[in-house]
Design a protein around this ligand. Structure first.
Ligand code: ADP
Ligand code: MG
Length: 257
């Protein structure tokens, strides 16, 4: 049995303002879900709650990951349990290469599981990196670059996807910022998700761009408006969003502009 991320009747306030108003969403390992919706609908709020950002207060509802109460888990515990949350605003770390950063991330996880662990041997790490970079069609020289320093939007996404490939999560949440994400960056995310997806990986791609659905084929598409998921569906819903945008959903649910 694979892991499940189960969000039940989630209510969240930010600075005493209710933002999420009863979100229900279940993601199983092996499934690709897209969460769409206009700016300000609450998509990143959901990602922040999953990430454990203390500015977001859960006032009702539950989140379970692999049967455990996620809201009771520390952030690093969430990661060790197999939940991957992409950094929405990746920091740059001058002097630390991407390869070093990834090796430290693996070692930190190994040490958390076993305090005696010496971390991953360098030859093994190198093999792992090469395997993942080949799979993602990335140039090996990329691993030698300083993390996020001078990275383009697409390169930041590439670093994020490589991190996901190396950490091998059970469920990954990718929140695509609504600003500054060009079509190349979108394609990097889409190609990455498409090449990594399989029975052991569940993905939630959060975006307000309908056009990402040209590149990712999600099993399920959800549309959020005003802190609630108002529509869920399969490829048909993806097509309808591509063709008609969000207005018909607004009309259908009598949501004010
Ligand atoms: P989306 O990602 O769908 O564009 P967000 O979750 O970022 O939407 O925002 C939903 C609402 O919550 C917006 O009205 C936004 O202003 C508010 N909000 C989100 N995060 C914060 C925050 N850290 N401080 C204040 N308001 C916030
Ligand atoms: Mg957002």
């Amino acid at each position: 049995m694979g892991a499940t991320l189960e969000i039940r009747n989630l209510h969240v306030t930010v600075e005493d303002q209710p933002i999420l108003r009863g979100v229900n969403l279940t993601i199983n390992q092996g499934e690709v879900h897209a969460l769409m919706g206009p700016n300000g609908s609450g998509k990143s709020t959901l990602a922040n709650v999953l990430l454990g950002n203390p500015a977001y207060e859960v006032t009702d509802g539950e989140i379970y990951f692999d049967g455990k109460d996620l809201l009771e888990m520390e952030v690093d515990e969430r990661s060790r349990a197999g939940l991957f949350l992409a950094f929405q605003y990746p920091v740059s770390i001058p002097g630390v290469t991407l390869a070093n950063f990834l090796r430290q991330a693996i070692n930190a996880r190994m040490k958390a599981n076993d305090p005696e662990s010496k971390g991953i041997p360098i030859p093994e790490f190198r093999r792992l990196m090469i395997e993942k970079m080949n799979m993602l069609k990335m140039d090996p020289s990329f691993a030698g670059r300083y993390l996020n320093e001078g990275f383009s939007g697409g390169e930041k996404k590439r670093a994020e996807i490589l991190q996901m490939a190396v950490l091998n999560p059970r469920i990954a949440i990718l929140d695509e910022t609504d600003s500054g994400l060009d079509i190349d960056a979108l394609r990097v995310v889409a190609d990455g998700v498409n090449s990594l997806k399989g029975p052991d990986l569940g993905v939630l791609v959060i975006t307000h761009y309908q056009r990402i659905l040209n590149y990712i084929q999600p099993d399920t598409v959800h549309v959020m408006f005003e802190g609630q998921i108002v529509e869920s569906g399969g490829p048909d819903l993806a097509l309808a969003l591509e063709e008609k945008g969000y207005d018909w959903i607004r009309e259908k649910h009598a949501i004010a502009e």
